[in-house]
Design a protein around this ligand. Structure first.
Ligand code: D41
Length: 675
C-alpha cells in the first residue's frame, strides 16, 4: 500500500514539473510544444491523483492555481524591504538633470544605464521560500500591502516553484501585474456581451481582476506578470554586478522579463531608447506609460542611495498623457460604409498625445446613454495610437445647467432613409443602401483604399465631388473616367487628373484577395478575403458557392458565409462585378486550396521576416508573394525564423538574425526563391 502511495507521489511530482514546464513554454515563451489536449490530460491526471490521495497535495501544485475559496478580506503584509517609488520625468531636460545628478554623485563622465518599458500595471512582490511561491502582496503604500497570494497563483506566467535544484532559502521578486492588450479587448467583449461594465483600460482591468476576493474570478481573467527587480533575498546565485544581469538571472528562473530591456550609455542612449520605444508603443503587446532608466551597476546604485522614498539611481520617463479634458460642443451623426450611424462628438480642440483632436467617436446610442454624455458637457478624450479618438467619460462635476440630452435621429442625416436597429446589433443603420450618397462614398473609398485596389490619389475630397456631381455611382464607373471629366473638377490640375487616371489603370492588375476585400462585403475583412481567395481560387467559384460550401473553409462561420452568399445574390452587385471585369480588372486564378498544399506550396512551413526597404518590391507585395506560395510572414525574428529578407536601412531584426545565424536574403535572393 505504501509502495503505491510512493509511486503516486513520484508520478504527481513528475506531472507537476511537466505541467509547469509547459506553462512556462506557453505563457512566458509563447512557444507551446504540446497540444492543449495533452496539457489538459496531464492536469486531469494530477487532479485525480490528488483527489485520491489528498495527503500528496503540495502548495506548489499547478492544481492549486485555481479553485481556492473566496476570502472575506485581504490580510495585510509588511514588506521586509520597502517597495520604493520612482520619481518622474516628462521632458528631456528633466532626464538631462537626472543624468547630471547621477554623474556628479558617482564622479563619472559617462554612466551605463539599463532602460526598460514602464509597465502600466500594478506593482507586486512575490516571496519564494526554498524555491516555492509562498506569498504575494500588492505594493500598497510601499511599506504594507495586501496579501493577494491566491489571486497571484492563478497567473500562469508566475512560477509556483523555481526551476532549480538548490533554490535559495529566500527570494523576493518584484514586478508588475498587467493584462495584455489582446486579453483586455477580449475581456471587454465578454463584459459587454454579458451586459456588464467594460473596463476603461488594461490597467483598470488588471486592478479590478487582482482585487477580487474570489480567486475564481481572477482565474478567468488572463493576467500576466513581468519582473523588474528583487527585494529581500539570500540567493548566492543572484548576480551582484549589474541590474541587467540580475534581470537575465530572473529570466533564467522562468520569470517573464521584458524583451525590450536594454543596456544603454549616457544621456543620448537614454533619449534614443525613449524615442524608439515611443515609436513601438502601440505595437507592444502590453500597455506602457513610459520607460524606466536605472543605473546599471548595482554598486553604483548603492553608492547613490535614496532621496526620501525614491532611489536616486532610477527615474521614470513618462509618455505625454494620452487623455485630455475638453468641452463637447455638439454631436453629429456620421454614416459609414455599411450604413452604420455613428455619433461623433465635436470638441473644443484639445492636444492629446501629440496631436490636436477636434472630433471623437461616441460609438453608438447605448454608449452615449451608458456614459450619460450630454451636449455642453466637459468630457475626457482618449487617443490610443492610430485608433480614432474616443470620449471615455463625462466629468460630472463640470456639467453646466442646460446640458442637452442627445437622441439619435430616426432617419439617415444624409439620404433621409429610415434608420433601423436590429435587435442583435449595437448600431442603427441607414436603410438607403447604395442609394445613400454617404454609403456610396464610403464604399468607393474602401474600394480604392491601399489594401484593396490601391488607387493612389482617390481620396475623400475627390470622391465627394465625383458622387455629388453624379459622375461616379459604382466602382465600375471609376474605370470609365477620362482625364477630361476629372480635369473639370474643382482644384484639379491636368497633371493630377492624369495621375489619377494612371492610378486607376494600374489598379486593374490586382489579386483575387484584394478584389474580394475591395467589394466591401459585410463581415469580410482582409484576412477573410485572403482565406476565400486561397481556398476557392476563382471569383466564379466564390460567386457560385452557397453558405454551406463557404462554411467548409476554415475560419468562415455562418455569419460570414451568409453575408457572402447574400452579397452575390444581389443582382446589382453581380452587374457591377461584370462591368469591372469587362473594363479589364484582372487577377490570377487557380484551382483552389488543393493547389496550396503539398509540393505545390513550396514555401509551406517556412517563416520569413522582412526588414528594411527592398529596391523594387513593397513590403506588402513581398508578403503576398510569400503567402501565395504557402509561406508565413512574421513580425519578429526568432530561432524558428527560416529567412530574413533584408532591404536598405534594416532594423534590429537584422542584428537579431545575424546573431541567431538565420539565412539572410536580399530582394534578388527572395525572387530566386519565389521562382
Ligand atoms: O515597469 C514598471 N512599472 C517599473 C516599476 C519598472 N520597470 N521598474 C521599477 N523599478 C522600481 C525601483 C527602481 C524602485 C526598484 C518600478 C518601480 N520601482 C515601481 N513600481 C511601482 C512603484 C515603483
Amino acid at each position: 500500500m505504501h509502495d503505491n502511495i510512493e509511486k503516486m507521489n513520484q508520478r504527481a511530482q513528475m506531472l507537476r514539473a511537466e505541467i509547469e514546464r509547459h506553462n512556462y513554454r506557453y505563457y512566458v515563451l509563447d512557444a507551446p510544444s504540446i497540444p492543449d489536449a495533452d496539457y489538459d490530460q496531464m492536469l486531469r491526471e494530477l487532479q485525480q491523483i490528488e483527489q485520491s490521495y489528498p495527503q500528496l497535495i503540495t502548495a506548489d501544485s499547478p492544481t492549486q492555481r485555481v479553485g481556492a475559496a473566496p476570502l472575506k478580506a485581504f490580510a495585510q503584509i509588511t514588506h521586509s524591504i520597502p517597495m520604493l517609488s520612482l520619481s518622474n520625468a516628462f521632458e528631456d531636460p528633466e532626464v538631462e538633470a537626472f543624468d547630471r545628478r547621477v554623474r556628479e554623485g558617482l564622479a563619472a563622465d559617462c554612466v551605463e544605464y539599463t532602460a526598460e518599458p514602464k509597465f502600466d500595471g500594478l506593482a507586486v512582490s512575490l516571496r519564494y521560500e526554498n524555491g516555492v511561491f509562498k506569498t504575494g502582496a500588492t505594493r500598497g503604500d510601499g511599506y504594507t500591502g495586501e496579501d493577494i497570494t491566491l489571486n497571484l497563483k492563478t497567473i500562469r506566467s508566475i512560477p509556483l516553484k523555481l526551476p532549480v535544484n538548490h533554490p535559495p532559502a529566500l527570494l523576493e521578486v518584484r514586478g508588475e501585474v498587467l493584462m495584455l492588450k489582446k486579453d483586455f479587448l477580449r475581456l471587454n467583449q465578454q463584459q459587454s456581451a454579458k451586459g456588464e461594465k467594460e473596463f476603461a483600460n488594461p490597467r483598470n482591468a488588471a486592478a479590478g481582476s487582482l482585487r477580487q476576493l474570489d480567486p475564481g474570478i481572477t482565474a478567468t481573467r488572463h493576467l500576466t506578470f513581468f519582473a523588474y527587480g528583487v527585494g529581500q533575498c539570500d540567493d548566492a546565485q543572484l548576480p551582484q554586478d549589474t541590474h541587467h544581469n540580475m534581470l537575465r538571472y530572473l529570466s533564467s528562473l522562468h520569470f517573464p522579463v521584458s524583451k525590450e530591456c536594454r543596456a544603454v550609455t549616457g544621456l543620448p542612449g537614454l533619449l534614443e531608447y525613449y524615442r524608439t520605444i515611443g515609436a513601438k508603443r502601440d505595437d507592444l503587446p502590453y500597455a506602457i506609460d513610459g520607460v524606466v532608466y536605472k543605473v546599471n551597476s548595482l554598486l553604483f546604485q548603492e553608492k547613490l542611495g535614496f532621496v526620501s522614498r525614491a532611489p536616486r539611481f532610477a527615474i521614470a520617463h513618462k509618455f505625454p498623457a494620452q487623455e485630455a479634458m475638453t468641452q463637447l460642443l455638439d454631436i453629429d451623426v456620421q454614416v459609414g460604409r455599411t450604413g452604420a450611424l455613428t455619433p461623433v462628438a465635436r470638441l473644443q480642440p484639445v492636444f492629446v498625445g501629440g496631436v490636436t483632436v477636434t472630433n471623437a467617436t461616441l460609438h453608438n446610442a447605448d454608449e452615449i446613454e451608458r456614459k450619460d454624455v450630454r451636449i455642453g458637457d466637459t468630457v475626457i478624450v482618449r487617443r490610443a495610437g492610430d485608433v480614432i479618438p474616443e470620449v471615455v467619460a463625462v466629468v460630472a462635476e463640470k456639467r453646466p445647467p442646460g446640458a442637452l440630452v442627445f437622441t439619435l435621429p430616426a432617419h439617415c442625416p444624409v439620404c433621409g432613409a429610415k434608420a433601423v436597429r436590429l435587435p442583435s446589433e449595437a448600431v442603427a443603420r441607414c436603410t438607403g443602401g447604395l442609394f445613400c450618397p454617404a454609403q456610396r462614398k464610403q464604399a468607393l473609398l474602401h474600394f480604392a483604399s491601399r489594401r484593396a485596389m490601391d488607387i493612389e490619389g482617390l481620396g475623400d475630397r475627390l470622391v465627394d465631388q465625383l458622387v455629388d456631381q453624379a459622375i461616379v455611382r459604382t466602382p465600375a464607373d471609376l474605370y470609365r473616367l477620362g482625364i477630361a471629366a476629372l480635369a473639370n473638377l474643382e482644384r484639379m490640375a491636368d497633371k493630377s487628373a492624369n495621375n489619377i487616371v494612371n492610378a486607376i489603370e494600374k489598379s486593374k492588375r490586382t489579386t483575387l484577395a484584394r478584389f474580394i476585400y475591395a467589394l466591401g462585403i459585410r463581415n469580410v475583412g482582409e484576412a477573410t478575403a485572403k482565406d476565400l481567395a486561397a481556398h476557392l481560387g476563382s471569383l466564379d467559384r466564390l460567386m457560385a458557392a452557397d453558405s454551406e460550401r463557404l462554411q467548409q473553409i476554415p475560419d468562415v462561420g455562418p455569419v460570414v458565409a451568409q453575408s457572402v452568399a447574400d452579397f452575390f445574390t444581389e443582382a446589382h452587385n453581380r452587374e457591377v462585378i461584370e462591368q469591372l471585369r469587362a473594363s479589364g480588372v484582372q487577377w490570377d486564378e487557380h484551382e483552389g486550396k488543393s493547389l496550396l498544399t503539398g509540393t505545390a506550396a513550396p514555401l509551406s512551413g517556412k517563416t520569413f521576416v522582412l526588414t528594411g526597404t527592398l529596391p523594387t518590391m513593397s513590403r506588402e507585395e513581398a508578403k503576398e508573394k510569400i503567402e501565395a506560395l504557402g509561406g508565413k510572414v512574421s513580425g519578429s525574428v526568432s530561432k524558428k525564423t527560416d529567412y530574413v529578407v533584408v532591404g536598405a536601412d534594416p532594423g534590429s531584426k537584422y542584428d537579431k538574425a545575424v546573431s541567431l545565424g538565420i539565412t539572410l536574403l536580399d530582394e534578388a535572393g527572395l525572387q530566386a526563391l519565389l521562382q
